[in-house]
Design a protein around this ligand. Sequence first.
Ligand SMILES: [Zn+2]
Length: 691
Amino acid sequence: MRIFALLPILAMSVPAAAPVQAQGGSTLRIVSAPDTKGTNPFYVGNRAPLKPRPLIKLPPGAVKPEGWLKKQLELMADGFTGRLTELSEFCKAENNAWLDPQGRGEHGWEEVPYWLKGFIDLGYVLGDKRIIDESRRWIEGILSSRRPDGYFGPQSNRDNMDLWPNMCALYALRTFYEATGDKRVPALMSDYFRWQMTVPFENLLRGSWQKVRAGDNLDSIYWLYNRTGEKWLLEAARVNHERTADWTAGIASWHGVNFGQCFREPGQFYQQTGDIRYLKAAERNYDTMLAMYGQVPGGGFGADENAREGYNGPRQGTETCTWAELMWSHEMLASITGEVKWLDRCEEVAFNSLPASMTPDLKGLHYLTCPNQVQLDHADKSPMIQNGGNMFAYDPYGFRCCQHNVAFAWPYFTEHLWTATPDKGLAAAMYAPCSVIARAGDGTTVKITEITDYPFSNVITLRIGLDKPVRFPIYLRVPGWCSAPELTLNAKPLRSPAPDRQRGLSKETQAGGWLVINRIWNDGDSVRLVLPMQLKVKRWEKNRNTASIYRGPLIYSLKIGERWERYGGTDEWPGYEVFPTTPWNYGLVLDPDKPEASFDVTERGGPGYRQPFTPENAPVVIRAKGKRIPQWNLEANGLIQEVKPSPVRSDEPVEEITLIPMGCARLRLTAFPVIGGGPDAAAWDEPQEPQ
Ligand SMILES: [Zn+2]
């Protein structure tokens, strides 16, 4: 029998000291980030002098989705992403500039590479031959466009000195290389960045998207440096940083997508300088935006197209591109820092807001997803929503940028579920049903099967598959919301001895860290991790004092009856408006002493292999109490009237209401007013101080 010891540590911010060596040569520790002292010879991490990454990406295809996630990706393959060559004029092969060796032709801007950078990964994570073959055609087109001076891609972008579309194309090429090892990719990239170094300083990244989004270019320069070791690439990276909009001094753009994908740029450059202030600048950018416009559930912020003063309530929207870009930024910053908070943030977007941005069959999308969004008609909602025109109704043909760019959200998420670590271990960075095949320890190939219905269940079981016993560490992320994880190895609980717990390993210190099991693993070993999900009522004190219901990584919305009405598209690819068929204008009735006691949670069983993100399939349902607020209506343009500050008075009777996961609710109320009876509670139509 093995005895495990938990190492007492004083605080999560302090790296753990040497682990307690227990009987059987196994240790269990908790750390704030994987140790970066070692070198993983199996996977490409950062090359010196870049700061080593605690989480090292595995090649595409190493992580295979299972269960609901596999269903999600298969729906994508059959949905608009997988069929975009049939739907999008930009993705038509005929006369397409991305397929021409001279870069001549049409549609040479961002759309094709936006789509291809997700489409190719979708092919590899699913092992879908049709998608791999189709993406290969576009990759070959791009590779064929390599010019003698190093430039590649459509000539029109070169004529405009616009490097932005190529930044997206480089991601697709990287995936192709990671999957195939085709040496034409690093050769093209090396030539291209050399060419970039010949561009006069004042002509490089001189404006528009390329200037505010050049963190993507920086990531590809580092990617290439890590593979070739060409020192001049660090100089190219420095120049790239200097010519990028200044995200170090503050938020360089309040445009939602620009922010979502480039708030991180100083954090990327931190890898080269080692100066912690750059990393802090990325964190400050995020914290600033969230404090001003993100005091809402769902992991986003109101920027419908830009974040605007006075428009910070839960009816403001976040663009579908922004969801995808935020997830990638979080994945990247997690890799750079090893910090759990970025992975928590990625899961919040993935499980709550991203699914609601698309129809359940993934055959349509809309531009803006909002925490409170009770009717999805196609009428103009400006200026309350900044963009005019249809922003809410689902459409497979519209929303040009998002229609192409959302392709990478779920595939990248899948690829980042597991990572390698510098100490030749593996890390369960985010959780979903999947399996991973990767090398660890002495180089032995390990298969870990992750059996779970997470985020709809709190139980995660890992089955280890090995040809021979091998020692390596497995890192298990403990989300920041989970204070008391439970761990079992081969049906035996792993507990710290009581004195250790008393000496400082409080429950709190485990939240937001990594549990590390280092041992000689045997074929058939089984790890069971339970992440208890406590229901929490979060009050948005700085945003109308509304309330949102959190339970683990999921947020819960009012279940609203839906009537789907076709308004456009074709029989095969219809566009839909969605109208409410049940009342939505509720305030929550909370137990004032113990708000969490106001709810009754029912777990209806995991989704297994099916789409969980529909009202009917909601795997978890919460009963709550509410009162109607009769004066709360829609604006004349169909937009929900903005929620008033709580507490709110209502003379209506108390009713039982049903909450479902936010991602299941295409119509939803997620930032609720709270009903009050005291003197501080105002009637809905009383004039109020602006907030
Ligand atoms: Zn977009």
